[in-house]
Every structure is written in structure tokens, then in C-alpha cells.
Design a protein around this ligand. Structure first.
Ligand code: SF4
Ligand code: SF4
Length: 462
């Protein structure tokens, strides 16, 4: 159903694989070159008021000005004024989770999202990382954006998890001591269950109200097939013909959020090609990070005359699954689901897409469901794409804070809209020896519409 062939093509100043340049700029050169540097105009919108600081997770952890949005904007401005890209500057940029909590808390409307995205692309092209960091990133980007490669891991992981080997490895703490990033990946891997393969078309039940195409996603498709199956069932029950375009590949979210611009451009073009052919009115996404990247294709492909207007038209069709369901309004009857749920705002849904009310509205429409809010909802859980693998320590601390706040609600189930958040919070709940099931919003809706028990995406701690 999905394609693992890396899209071809090259873009300004990068290697063919989208990774950093082989030769960094000469020592003492200004931090940024002329290919899409962070905008001086956008940076100058910051009035240094500091209102964003309390919502910034890295400022919360370390209390360092240069690890706050304001400090990072100051570093970008120094780079624009000719300062070279120092290791310490890169460290502060790398430590940013890209959670965009600063964007929604800024009263001056500073577009930090655009600033950090442009900065990251410059860093990837112009800064030579340590060999171990390059190797880790190469490994991640040779695996995560390729669903078929991820699926090959499923049987291996299943054996690892069921044979008792996982428990032994975790008990020794050897991975944690010698390879913290690998230990983070190992702890994050969700329990592998049976695969639910989707057909290429799921017809609307009752009167047809919309024709939509659905993104399968890489991690979602490989590790949370139940979420995709629930999404298709709910859309169909609410009157949507659901098309699952063949040949869809990674949407490029991980690449664009990590400065791999050329790679992101190639994935975005392939995604536009695959979904245009489906001839639908909406493109439905159930992973927050993917949705936010796809809604920004117009900016990503703006330089390409063959794709610019097509990308803008495509981006206008993209909806998070909760958005389209609220836009359409409910028609399928709901059954009682007498459980307590806590709803967690995924950063790329709430801060990046402004989608907060729709999932809550959908959950509020389920009879018997008691929905509770989590303390400090604007603070990221530490997942942030691959942040928790690249920066395992701060991610772990943020995950444990979020898990403690979730457990304090007394909920039976944590509901959220992103596979990364599900894995991150599940790992922390287990570490805290807590117990809560985890589910995607559509899984809860699906259970209510079908009148069955909630079958959750991941419940390590439950
Ligand atoms: S980013 Fe916004 S909130 Fe933060 S210091 Fe600048 S103007 Fe103030
Ligand atoms: S994106 Fe998140 S981590 Fe980065 S500066 Fe903004 S609030 Fe802080």
C-alpha cells in the first residue's frame, strides 16, 4: 500500500539523501547562507517581553536564557549579523523541541515556527556534527520514513518483547549506560500486536457526505495499525467514502522538522502526486506531526514552479481527522462508554494546527465518557518527533512530568492524537510504575460507535 522508494531529485546545496553538506563552510563564515536564512524581519517581531518563557519546556528544565525562545531568537539574530555557527549555538538550536508552545503564547505573534525551521535547514547543511551524532541521524532517517522497513522490524520486536529478552535487557540497564539513544528507542517501542491491513477503499455507510483520502503514515502504519483501521471505520460510519491511495510514502514531516529540506521536498512532491491521483475533496490525517507538515506544503514547495500551486491546493484539503468529523457533524449513533479519559494536546495538533476544541467536542459527544483535563497542558511530553531519541535525557524528564500529571487525573485512559505522544507517555507511565491505558481519539469514538470495549493502541502501563 505504501512506497519505500526514496523520491528522486536534488535541491539547493545538499547531498542527494537530504543530509548535511559534506564540506562545512570555512571557519569564521557567517552562520547562514543566502538560501532561506531565518527571516530578519520575523526575528525583529520579538519584543523580548518573556511571556513565552513559562511555556517553553527547555526553559522550564534548565532556566537558561539561551534555551528559551527569546534566547534562540537572539542567537538567530547574531547569526544574521555575521556571527559564525558555533557548536554552542547549534546545541541551543538542537535542544529546542519544536513544540511551538512559544508560538501560541506569544502576544506579539512571533512566528518562531518559521524561524526555527529555516535555522534547522541551515544547521543541517552548514554544521558538521560529531561522528556518533551523524551515524545516529543517518540510521534514523534510513529507517523511520520508510514504512516497509519499519514493518520488517515488527516480527523481530515481537520476539524480543515476548521472549523475556526485553525484560532482561531492561533489568541490566546496560543499554541505558552505553547507548542512551538506543535505550530510548527500545523503551519507546509499543507492544507489537496483530496487523490490521486496510483495503484501498472503504465505502460510506448510509448517505455519502464526503469523499476523503487517508494518510497511512510511517510509524502510525507500522506500529499502530489499529488506529488507522479505527479511523477508516469512523469516517465510513460518518458517511465518508475513504480512499487509501496506493504508493503513498512518508509525508516528510520528520525531515522538515529536522532541517533535511531536500529530503522533505522530495517526500512532499511524491505525497502530492499520490493523493492528487485519488481525486478527493479532503486528505485526512490522524497523526499530528504529519498533518502540520502537510498543511505547510505550500511554503515548502513554493520555489518549484511545477508544484507551487498544486501544493497550495493540496494543503487546503488537509484535515486532521477530528477537524473533518466536527465539520461534517455526527450522524452515527454513539453507545455509552462509561470510563474516565484524560485528553492530552499533541503539540503539533494544538500549537501548530490550532486544533484544540474539535477532539474535546468529539469526546464530549460520547455518552458516559468522563473527560478530564491534564495540568500544564501546554508543556510538551518530550516526544517531539525524534527528539526523544536524539535527546533522551531531557525528553525522559519531560515524559515523566507529563505521565505524573496524567496519572494525577485518575483517568482510566489517556487520549491523544499522535503516535509519538502515545509511545512517549506509555514509556514514562511504565517507568513510574503507573497504570493507564492509551488510545487515539478515533479509537475511543470507534468503540462508542460500534458499542464495543475500548481496544487501545498501546497500554504498556495499563
Ligand atoms: S517570542 Fe514573543 S513572547 Fe517570547 S519574548 Fe519574543 S515577543 Fe515576547
Ligand atoms: S518550540 Fe518549544 S522548546 Fe522550542 S523554543 Fe519554542 S517553546 Fe521552547
Amino acid at each position: 500500500m505504501t512506497s519505500d522508494t526514496p523520491p528522486v531529485g536534488a535541491t539547493h546545496g545538499t547531498r542527494g539523501d537530504g543530509g548535511p553538506q559534506l564540506t562545512p563552510p570555512p571557519v569564521g563564515e557567517p552562520a547562514f547562507d543566502s538560501h532561506h536564512p531565518p527571516s530578519a524581519e520575523l526575528a525583529s517581531d520579538c519584543v523580548h517581553c518573556g511571556f513565552c518563557l513559562p511555556s517553553c519546556p527547555t526553559y522550564l528544565l534548565w532556566g537558561e536564557e539561551m534555551d528559551s525562545p527569546r534566547g534562540r531568537i537572539y542567537l538567530m539574530q547574531s547569526g544574521l549579523e555575521g556571527e559564525p555557527l558555533s557548536d554552542s549555538m547549534v546545541q541551543h538550536f538542537d535542544a529546542c523541541l519544536g513544540c511551538m508552545a512559544c508560538v501560541t503564547s506569544c502576544p506579539s505573534g512571533v512566528q518562531y515556527d518559521k524561524l526555527i525551521e529555516a535555522t534547522r535547514a541551515q544547521v543541517e547543511r552548514r554544521h558538521r556534527r560529531a561522528a556518533s551524532d551523524r551515524l545516529l541521524r543517518a540510521m534514523i532517517f534510513a529507517l523511520f520514513p520508510y514504512p516497509r522497513r519499519l514493518r520488517l522490524l515488527r516480527p523481530l520486536l515481537r520476539v524480543y518483547q515476548r521472549s523475556g529478552l526485553q525484560r532482561s535487557v531492561q533489568r541490566t540497564g546496560v543499554l541505558q549506560r552505553f547507548a542512551p539513544s538506543l535505550a530510548a528507542m527500545e523503551a519507546l517501542a509499543p507492544p507489537i500486536r496483530g496487523e490490521e491491513r486496510l483495503p484501498s477503499f472503504v465505502p460510506a455507510q448510509g448517505e455519502r457526505r464526503a469523499v476523503v483520502a487517508m494518510l497511512i503514515g510511517c510509524v502510525q502504519g507500522a506500529f499502530f495499525p489499529g488506529v488507522n483501521a479505527a479511523t477508516a471505520r469512523v469516517l465510513s460510519a460518518e458517511g465518508c467514502d475513504v480512499v487509501i491511495p496506493p504508493g503513498q510514502c512518508c509525508c516528510g514531516a520528520l525531515s522538515v522538522h529536522n532541517g533535511r529540506e531536500a529530503e522533505a521536498v522530495r517526500f512532499a512532491k511524491s505525497t502530492v502526486d499520490a493523493f492528487e491521483a485519488a481525486g478527493v475533496s479532503y486528505v485526512v490525517v490522524n497523526a499530528a506531526g504529519c498533518g502540520s507538515a502537510m498543511k505547510e506544503y505550500a511554503e515548502l514547495l513554493a520555489d518549484d514552479p511545477a508544484y507551487a500551486s498544486r501544493a497550495a491546493a493540496f494543503a487546503a484539503m488537509v484535515r486532521d481527522v477530528s477537524e473533518i468529523l466536527v465539520e461534517l457533524g455526527p450522524v452515527a449513533p454513539r453507545h455509552r462508554l462509561p470510563i474516565v479519559a484524560a485528553y492530552h494536546d499533541a503539540c503539533h495538533l494544538a500549537h501548530a494546527q490550532g486544533v484544540r476544541s474539535q477532539p474535546r467536542q468529539l469526546l464530549a459527544g460520547i455518552p458516559g465518557l468522563d473527560v478530564r483535563e491534564i495540568a500544564d497542558p501546554e508543556i510538551c511530553c518530550g516526544s517531539a518527533g525524534i527528539y526523544n531519541v536524539l535527546n533522551p535525557e531531557p525528553a525522559r524528564e519531560l515524559g515523566d512530568r507529563k505521565a505524573a500529571a496524567v496519572l494525577a487525573t485518575g483517568a482510566d485512559v489517556l487520549v491523544t492524537a499522535n503516535p509519538g505522544c502515545l509511545m512517549q507517555v506509555a514509556a514514562s507511565v511504565e517507568r513510574l510504575a503507573g497504570s493507564v491505558a492509551l488510545a487515539h481519539t478515533v479509537e475511543v469514538l470507534d468503540a462508542s460507535i460500534r458499542g464495543v470495549h475500548l481496544s487501545t493502541a498501546s497500554h504498556k502501563g495499563g
